[in-house]
Design a protein. Structure first.
Length: 219
C-alpha cells in the first residue's frame, strides 16, 4: 500500500525522480498533507442520527468517569430519592446475648480459630452397641450435636486457611474423623431399626400376632 502511494506521488509530481522521494513509511502523511483529495469525513458516532431531526439518540453520551462530566439528560433513577447515610453514633446499641445459639459454632473461648490443644482434647466415637440402647430422641439430639461440631471445625479450618496459620490441621482432621464415625454408627442403628420395622409389618400382614402366642403359652 505504501509503495502505491509513492508511485502515485511520483506520477503527480513529474519533476521529482523516484530516488528523491521520501521513504515508503512516510508516504501516507505526505500524501494527505500535500494532495487534497476529496475524502469525505465525519465525526465518530456509535449511534445513527435520526433522519430529519438531527438530534442524538444516545442519552448517556458525554458521561465520563475520568473528567467527571455528567449526562446531558436526566436519567430514570434521578426521580427517586437517594438514601441518606447514618452515622454509627446514631445507630441504636444492642447488647449481645451471652447465650446466643450462634456461639455454638465457635470454641469455648469464642474465637474463630481453635487451638490444637482444644481440638485434640476429645473422646472416642460412640459405638453401635451403645447407640442401640438410645431412644429416637437421643439419637436425633446426638446427630445434631455432631452436625454443630463439624460446622465449628469447618469454621476453624476456613479461618486457618485465611490466616495461613500452618498448624492445627491434623488435630481438626482427626476430630472430624471421630465425629464422622459416630454419625455412621447412628445411621447404622437407624437402618437396623428400619429393617426391623419392615419385618414387623410383613409378619403382621401375614397374620402373625405376638399376643396370641403369649396367651397360648399362658394356657
Amino acid at each position: 500500500m505504501h509503495r502505491q502511494s509513492v508511485t502515485r506521488l511520483a506520477r503527480q509530481s513529474g519533476s521529482l525522480p523516484l530516488v528523491e522521494l521520501p521513504p515508503p513509511y512516510l508516504a501516507p502523511s505526505l500524501h494527505f498533507s500535500k494532495i487534497r483529495s476529496p475524502v469525505q469525513s465525519s465525526s465518530f458516532s456509535s449511534t445513527a442520527v435520526a433522519a430529519a431531526h438531527g438530534r442524538d439518540l444516545n442519552k448517556t453520551r458525554g458521561v465520563s468517569a475520568i473528567h467527571r462530566t455528567g449526562p446531558r439528560f436526566k436519567l430514570g433513577a434521578s426521580k427517586y430519592p437517594l438514601p441518606k447515610p447514618v452515622s454509627p453514633e446514631a445507630i441504636e446499641k444492642r447488647d449481645p446475648s451471652p447465650n446466643h445459639g450462634l456461639w455454638g459454632f465457635f470454641p469455648k473461648n469464642r474465637e474463630a480459630l481453635s487451638t490444637p490443644e482444644y481440638d485434640v482434647s476429645h473422646g472416642r466415637s460412640w459405638s453401635i452397641q451403645e447407640l442401640r440402647e438410645k431412644s429416637w430422641d437421643d439419637l436425633h439430639a446426638l446427630w445434631w450435636v455432631c452436625i454443630k461440631e463439624r460446622n465449628r471445625i469447618a469454621t476453624s479450618d476456613l479461618e486457618r486457611v485465611r490466616l495461613r496459620a500452618g498448624y492445627g490441621e491434623w488435630e481438626s482432621t482427626e476430630r472430624d474423623r471421630v465425629i464422622r464415625v459416630t454419625q455412621k454408627s447412628i445411621k447404622h442403628v437407624l437402618r437396623e431399626r428400619w429393617y426391623a420395622w419392615e419385618d414387623a409389618q410383613t409378619l403382621y400382614k401375614n397374620g402373625y400376632r405376638p399376643q396370641e402366642e403369649d396367651s397360648q403359652e399362658a394356657a
